[in-house]
Ligand binder design. Structure first.
Ligand code: GLU
Length: 305
């Protein structure tokens, strides 16, 4: 397995060179564009990793999977999916356009920014910090790593600059699709996006989803089979923003990307697969990561779509 990962990684480095690090959150612009790592975790909890495995990235949009899982645990699917839809969108992750154009003005799915902000608003916690801590706690269980924390510099950098997410949230409130203290909800959103993980952490998270909610490293049941399945289905149709269709054709497994450069993928009953590579394509997906996953999905027979 290690040889296969190394060889995919060598090919992926060429693709990584074609991307660009996200810098619309100033602190993300400091990432190493050449870093690339891959890891897999099988259903026995065996982890294999290659490349720049010590690189830590902020999980950004991958955190939307965690907060969605938490909302389903705390509020139930019915409440969650009456506040946000379950359909893919061909628009960028932070687009405001469709929210205004069509009634009901609710976000089309929970994995775009507007949807993730609404999901956070449903959580029954006192304030931003307790909401964030609940998401962090679930992240630790999904990854079987209790030392995970957030990158405070990235959190503060996004908080200081995120006019777009503020616009989305205030617009949602103006059409009655979001209730509560907007700045407090946004604060927990920025904080959860800044949770910092390695490629191994993300591979274990993918494996927990692939193993119907039981973490194969710790043996702990973290999610119900139903929630794990719902997350995988949503990742399959909208996990890579407006690049989800292309990813389905090239790689064919449920996955979620983030603008920090991570991709967390879940091959059901088989393995979690993750890549870290901060160079992104124009849609916000890791160029090297997608290429590595494409090669490995083919070689390891992971495709399910
Ligand atoms: N914190 C990022 C934002 O809201 C997350 C975007 C992403 O990873 O897609 O812009």
């Amino acid at each position: 397995m290690k040889d296969k990962l190394e060889s995919a990684l060598a090919k992926g480095r060429k693709a990584a060179a074609t991307g660009k690090v996200a810098d619309y959150i100033p602190e993300l612009g400091k990432a190493d564009p050449n870093a690339l790592a891959v890891a897999c975790c099988d259903m026995d909890g065996q982890i294999t990793a290659a490349g720049d495995t010590e690189t830590t990235i902020t999980i950004q949009s991958i955190s939307k999977v965690v907060s969605l899982a938490l909302s389903m645990i705390d509020c139930g699917e019915k409440k969650v999916f009456s506040a946000v839809g379950v359909d893919p969108t061909a628009d960028p992750f932070n687009s405001i356009m469709r929210l205004e154009m069509r009634a009901p003005h609710r976000p089309q799915n929970p994995l775009i920014n507007a949807g993730a902000i609404v999901v956070l608003s449903l959580l029954p916690y006192r304030d931003s910090l307790s909401r964030y801590e609940a998401v962090l706690d679930l992240t630790k269980k999904l990854c079987s790593n209790h030392s995970i924390s957030s990158n405070e510099a990235v959190y503060l950098s996004e908080k200081a600059t995120s006019d777009r997410n503020r616009s989305l949230a205030y617009f949602l409130r103006s059409v009655g699709s979001l209730e509560g203290d907007i700045e407090d909800i946004l604060d927990s959103y920025f904080h959860q996006c800044a949770i910092a993980c390695t490629v191994r952490d993300l591979a274990v998270m993918g494996a927990t989803l692939a193993n119907s909610g039981v973490n194969p490293v710790s043996g702990e049941r973290v999610l119900s089979p139903r929630i794990a399945l719902t997350l995988r289905a949503l990742m399959a149709i909208c996990g890579l923003y407006d690049g989800s269709g292309e990813f389905a054709l090239r790689v064919g497994i449920p996955a979620k990307s983030g603008v920090g450069g991570g991709i967390m993928a879940s091959a059901p009953g088989n393995m979690g697969l993750a890549t870290v590579g901060p160079s992104l394509d124009p849609k916000g997906n890791s160029t090297g990561g997608v290429r590595v996953m494409e090669i490995l999905s083919d070689q390891l027979g992971l495709r399910v779509l």
